[in-house]
Design a protein around this ligand. Sequence first.
Ligand code: SF4
Ligand code: SF4
Length: 324
Amino acid sequence: MLKIGYLELNNPLAIASASQEISRELGGSNGSPGLIILGRFDLHQVAPSAVRSRMERIPSRSALGFSTFGGDLDDLAEAAGMAAEEGWLLEVELPRAEGIDEVVGAAKGEGATLSLRLRPNGLDDLSPLAREAREGGADLLHLDLCGLGPAAPKVVRKVSDGGAPPLLAMAEVGDFEAAKDLLSMGADMISLSERADPEFVGWLAGALKRFQELVGWYNAPKHICSGGDLRGIAFCCPPVKNCPLLAALKKMGISPREFIEKKIALTRGTPLEAGDGTCFGSLAWCCKITKPCFMRDAVLVEEGIAPDEYMRLKKKLAEDLLKA
Ligand code: SF4
Ligand code: SF4
């Protein structure tokens, strides 16, 4: 369902354990979490062989990773080499003495799939760090948002809009809606702690998987005018009135005319080009599938585009529109 570097994940739910053990129930001998990250390993104290023996004890078919801190760049490179060899995710907790470039260089130089874990410090804007991580080549940014309550989705939106690698958001998630609040603001994955109830983990992982099968874009954004992140421009109409799209385009650094031209060019020759009878003559400008509209739905039926396929096409459009 989801690919992060060389990891293939069955669903977007992760367990990030602060301890170097994980229970059989939670690890999911049935592979219920998409990813299990074991931690925390102090690379100054623990040799890669010790990490390996802990990892080999995890009773799961989920994708696996381990979280690290401390040590120097040579220790990090050694751990990265082992992660790459085993097909595990290497996670590095920030901040570290070295800069992001050096950390990413040491891990990616060994071929590891790399996650950087970061916790906001007060009101700090994490966007510059996130951009640096993406430009450096990090595969994942793990945001620890525990304790932020309702502010957590807003932090995700800000970091996502600033240009970030795929985002893994750790927060207090107790139901499907709380998970969706983070995913619809730009998170690609959700992580829970090792204290999570195994039954809830299994249920939420299954629900997210079914949601993807049904809707075609499990972390689809809200419309921009409903507070969605920048990916919501895929659902925007042409900028013909004064609305929040104008501020979104300013953030992206493109003019309304460029936006129109880009959207037309990106949908030309694709199934989204059709749309006679819709407000703006093309599905390119049409709303999210969850907004009821008989005009759009009539075109989808006529063109033989299933609703989940429509959302997959919109996802691709959002990615292409946001490409630098
Ligand atoms: S262009 Fe349409 S969908 Fe986009 S923000 Fe404006 S009113 Fe909302
Ligand atoms: S036709 Fe319907 S879905 Fe398309 S832009 Fe108009 S209201 Fe939105």
